[in-house]
Write a protein that binds this ligand. Structure first.
Ligand SMILES: Nc1ncnc2c1ncn2[C@@H]1O[C@H](COP(=O)(O)OP(=O)(O)OP(=O)(O)O)[C@@H](O)[C@H]1O
Length: 393
């Protein structure tokens, strides 16, 4: 057993959510997720793993889970996750027979993914890892928007084509304000099965280049190792079967890095649901750390408006009525032309927010005293409101 790692949690109940993603399939994302999760568990971290690869769930096979018995439900109708090597796991493979491809339409996928995070009896967790499906499409966006993901790890192989796709993934995560926790280069060099020496048969260093290019940490290089295939096929991860191999050692060091304090919360703890009048659910302020630009570190409301302190030290006061007029929901703006539908004169001068809540990692929802509550105010848009002249009546 390795030394205990005590990760910084977001708060008492919310585990730190870390997504593992890749621009394309087959780069070893699930292998990386499974090994990192088990390495974390073996280091004393309470870890859950969501196999969000709805169409090709492979985590149960890699961790030797029985998928023939459907999972149990608890009294609150929550799914009890399976457990292997100290990791709590939920996967689509547990809900469908192994030989049935999951033919699900978009909205159903979103429903399952929400259930995997919110309707599972996770108990107390420090970290919840999400093994995302490959690509940069709807499922990835759904997850990134629905949950306060603290950081995303990008897995890539050293080949250029994979790196180009990985860059696309990085941009997608940036759009929804999910910081990149780092890049992992997998299948980097070959580990000789007899002497253990690593030789580089393909181009190497691409993961490091991309990490340097976008100024995020490079988390490590995992060599091609035939033992990884065998351990995956046998349902026992490399970090357990060959813990001293170079690949397993890299998994342990990445697990330590991700569970450590470097990936600390940059802004206020998410999610929150703040009732303005009573102050219940108001997020506690945190010190601006110079972290992500568009992340609120403090929120307050008084007669001057909504006060936002940003992670880079900037701050703004946004008057309540300006916020209401800036709403761009389908009822307030024409979705095609962008033309204003809201009659500004109908908005009273005394309007105020009654409730403010977080949406994913990238926006606020605001319910106003006129009953309007369908607007999504992205951090980006709130940031731009600062200093902008809102057209008024
Ligand atoms: N470093 C490695 N050395 C040798 N084999 C590896 C390595 N990483 C992954 N593999 C093997 O590559 C195959 C694909 O890995 P994996 O299923 O983890 O990829 P993936 O990116 O999750 O794929 P998908 O996106 O299709 O789910 C598996 O057989 C796995 O054992």
């Amino acid at each position: 057993m390795k030394n205990k790692t005590h990760p910084t949690k977001q708060n008492g109940n919310q585990p730190r959510m870390i997504a593992v993603s890749s621009g394309k399939g087959g780069v070893g994302k699930s292998t990386v997720s499974a090994n990192i999760a088990v390495a974390m568990a073996r280091s004393g971290v309470r870890v859950g793993l969501v196999d969000a690869d709805i169409y090709g769930p492979s985590i149960p096979g890699m961790l030797g889970l029985d998928t023939n018995t459907p999972p149990q439900m608890n009294d609150e109708n929550k799914v009890i996750p399976s457990e292997a090597f100290g990791v709590k796991i939920i996967s689509m493979a547990m809900l469908t027979a192994d030989d049935q491809p999951s033919i699900l339409r978009g909205p159903m996928v979103a429903k399952y993914l929400r259930m995997f995070v919110a309707q599972v009896e996770w108990g107390e967790l420090d970290i919840l890892l999400l093994d995302l499906p490959p690509g940069t499409g709807d499922i990835q966006l759904t997850l990134a928007q629905a949950f306060p993901i603290l950081g995303a790890v990008i897995v890539s192989t050293p080949q250029d084509v994979s790196l180009k796709i990985a860059r696309r993934g990085l941009r997608m995560m940036e759009q929804v304000n999910v910081p990149i926790a780092g890049v992992i280069e997998n299948m980097s060099g070959f580990t000789c099965p007899s002497c253990g020496e690593v030789s580089h048969i393909f181009h190497q260093g691409g993961g490091e280049e991309i990490a340097a290019d976008i100024k995020v940490p490079f988390l490590g290089k995992i060599p091609l190792d035939p033992a990884i295939v065998d351990s995956g096929d046998n349902g026992s991860p490399l970090v357990v079967t060959n813990p001293d191999s170079p690949a397993a050692q890299t998994f342990y060091s990445i697990a330590k890095e991700l569970a450590g304090p470097n990936l600390a919360q940059n802004g206020v703890v998410l999610p929150f649901n703040w009732a303005i009048e009573t102050g219940l659910g108001k997020p506690a302020p945190v010190t601006a750390s110079g972290g992500i630009h568009n992340q609120p570190c403090s929120l307050d409301f008084d007669s001057a408006g909504l006060h936002i302190g940003w992670a880079d030290g900037e701050s703004a006061v946004l008057p309540a009525r300006d916020l209401r007029l800036a709403c761009v929901c389908a009822a307030c703006r024409d979705e095609v032309t962008g033309a204003r539908l809201l009659d500004y004169e109908s908005v009273p001068l005394s309007i105020a927010p009654v409730r403010i809540w977080s949406i994913g990692n990238y926006a606020l929802g605001i319910a106003f005293s006129d009953g309007h509550n369908s607007g999504i105010f992205t951090f980006e848009a709130l940031r731009q409101m600062q200093g902008a002249n809102i057209e008024d009546v």
